[in-house]
Ligand binder design. Structure first.
Ligand SMILES: [Fe+2]
Ligand SMILES: [Fe+2]
Length: 181
């Protein structure tokens, strides 16, 4: 799959974000010499992750099958819709489903998407820090994943929001250099 799925409901600005996420993933694929069979999974997750980001709330709730906050519905909804459209790769589906909150059970597709979604250059807040992490990812994916998780979770805590269970499980499961503490 190259490009947005035909069932996508996204604004023009959102489509540009998705394109930048896929472009960053592509940079990493090249820099890390990822085999094509794995690279196509990374690309698919990028194209799918926000495909329903601008869909009506009723559509999102129907597909997501729960009543959580609106901002957390589009991942589960897109995963369900992608499955209906024939996506069968559990790692790709999990990457899309949990991209907003994190997952302790991800393979590298989920981890790559989580990082690329946050580090893509269209996000201009603290862009130097984002650029440094994006550039470092191919040489140190675990280290960058840890820093991205830390940064994203710090923002949730600073905003006073609750941490979804999936988020703290993701955080506790991240590999730590130098031990488990
Ligand atoms: Fe998203
Ligand atoms: Fe996104």
């Amino acid at each position: 799959m190259i490009g947005l799925p035909e069932w996508a409901e996204v604004s023009a600005a959102r489509a540009r974000h998705i394109e930048r996420v896929v472009a960053l993933i592509e940079r990493w694929i090249v820099a890390m010499a990822i085999p094509e069979a794995e690279a196509v999974r990374w690309r698919r997750a990028g194209w799918l992750h926000d495909a329903l980001r601008d869909a009506p709330e009723a559509t999102l709730r129907r597909l997501a099958g729960d009543h959580g906050p609106r901002g957390l519905l589009h991942g589960p909804a897109a995963a369900t819709r992608a499955m209906e459209a024939g996506e069968r790769d559990p790692g790709v589906l999990a990457a899309v489903r949990w991209h907003t909150v994190g997952s302790a059970d991800w393979d590298w597709v989920g981890k790559v998407l989580y990082c690329a979604d946050f580090l893509e250059p269209g996000r201009t807040h603290q862009s130097a820090r984002r650029t440094e992490l994006a550039d470092r990812f191919p040489a140190d994916p675990d280290g960058v994943l840890f820093r991205v998780g830390q940064w994203r979770i710090e923002r949730l805590i600073e905003a006073g929001w609750q941490l979804p269970e999936a988020t703290w499980r993701f955080w506790n499961a991240l590999p730590r250099s130098g031990g488990s503490t």
